[in-house]
Design a protein around this ligand. Structure first.
Ligand SMILES: Cc1ncc(COP(=O)(O)O)c(C=O)c1O
Length: 401
């Protein structure tokens, strides 16, 4: 089946937070702003997922669910096939999302006052999760070298020596910079953390969205030792656009750590919803053809951004993603003040984007653009930026211009 990713589908009638006029007005200043912010896609899910959900809805009984063998096996087969990683059924715990999972992990393995390392600029909810659970964020800021981000291992060596540092949140692939970490980088990071008793929590939610020339390596696949000192968070939701169905899987090989986490989940009585289970099974078992067409389309969107920025947005730099559907654009040459940049995007370009500064240190003056949308919409967004820059070029770029 040939999927049509060019189709523009109205999402304003489906309680989508991304497209909610009220949300756009309140948060981006205009209900007509073009929404390219939160990370979900404007595409319909694979047809087998839609068919399965219709069939499940027609059954009409929506009682409590559980992690059935078919549900667990769909993930096991997916990891084996896509990543060559062999996992066992008993290692898998269900949570209704990765954000809840990260909260449960912090609550299970940290006490207030402990420290957790993040590699900024990074997925901004990491900060809230850590701080709202009474812990401290420690930033191991990434270094930008010739349009590519790298880890700062020297600084990491210092940070892990603090005995209050308990966890490192690894974002793999990395949101928002689009880096797909190499084997060498992961080994170096793992060695530093494990030697200093810091557990790695690897958020691999974007790991199926990888472009040619790059390979995702599940952190726990590297060795038994790495598996025993890590927790892997994964999900079909980014891959197949199922975020509203709330399904994610936490893979914990270490039995002691797994039991600690399992106990917390059981206490909260967390089990998968009727649509979550069947959607995952259909997506992992029958969604591969859709994913391959999607990646092709997204690759075309990356090429559009690259050529548009190079030819028509002088002064802007594009950090080309190796994975994810998020583009990270550097506006620091044009805007000295990141708050002015924010105002520019909202009031002049009429775009709803995730501002770089919310991703922590190193994000100031950048914009994250979600390009999982039709090419027409993406072109509209880029042209809005071009037009607005041309309007103010030659004038001082200040809050009032
Ligand atoms: C790195 C990362 N982790 C987690 C999430 C959210 O996960 P969930 O919707 O499963 O809570 C996102 C969503 O954008 C993300 O980018």
């Amino acid at each position: 089946m040939k999927y049509n990713f060019d189709e523009m589908i109205d999402r304003t009638t489906t309680d989508s937070i991304k497209w909610s006029p009220k949300h756009l007005k309140e948060n981006f200043g205009d209900e007509k702003s073009l929404p390219m912010w939160i990370a979900d896609m404007d595409f319909r899910a694979p047809q087998p997922v839609i068919d399965t959900l219709i069939k499940r809805a027609e059954h009409g009984i929506f009682g409590y669910g559980h992690q059935s063998e078919a549900f667990l096996d769909s993930l096991i087969a997916w990891q084996e096939r896509r990543n060559g990683w062999t996992i066992e059924r008993e290692w898998i715990l269900y949570t209704p999302g990765i954000i809840p999972a990260l909260n449960f992990i912090v609550q299970s393995f940290c006490i207030p006052g402990d420290k957790i390392i993040v590699q900024s600029p990074v997925y901004y909810p990491f900060y809230n999760i850590i701080q709202n659970n009474g812990c401290h964020v420690v930033e191991n800021k990434l270094k930008l070298k010739e349009l590519k981000y790298e880890m700062d291992f020297d600084q990491l060596e210092d940070l892990v020596k603090d005995s209050r540092t308990k966890l490192l949140f690894l974002c793999s692939p990395h949101n928002p910079t689009g880096r797909v970490w190499t084997h060498k980088e992961l080994i170096k990071l793992g060695r530093i953390c494990i030697d200093n008793d810091v557990m790695i929590v690897s958020d691999e939610i974007h790991s199926d969205l990888i472009y040619e020339g790059h390979t995702h390596i599940p952190f726990a696949k590297i060795s038994d030792e790495f598996a025993n000192h890590s927790i892997i968070c994964t999900s079909p939701t980014k891959t197949f656009n199922l975020a509203g169905l709330h399904v994610s899987n936490i893979i914990v090989k270490n039995r002691k750590n797994r039991n600690i986490l399992k106990h917390r989940l059981e206490t909260m009585d967390i089990d998968p919803g009727s649509f979550a289970t069947v959607a995952q099974i259909a997506a992992y078992n029958e969604g591969e053809e859709w994913l391959s067409q999607l990646l092709n389309y997204l690759q075309g969107n990356i090429e559009l951004i690259e050529s548009f920025v190079n030819k028509r947005l002088s002064g802007v730099k594009f950090i080309k993603p190796e994975g994810t559907y998020l583009a990270w654009l550097d506006f620091t040459e044009l805007f000295e003040n990141y708050k002015v940049l924010e105002q520019f995007m909202q009031s002049k370009a009429k775009l709803a984007l995730d501002e770089g500064y919310i991703f922590g240190s190193g994000g100031e003056g950048f914009e994250r653009i979600n390009f999982a949308c039709s090419r027409e919409l993406l072109k509209d967004a880029l042209e809005r930026i071009e037009k607005s820059i041309n309007l103010i070029r030659g004038t001082t770029i200040s809050p009032s211009s």
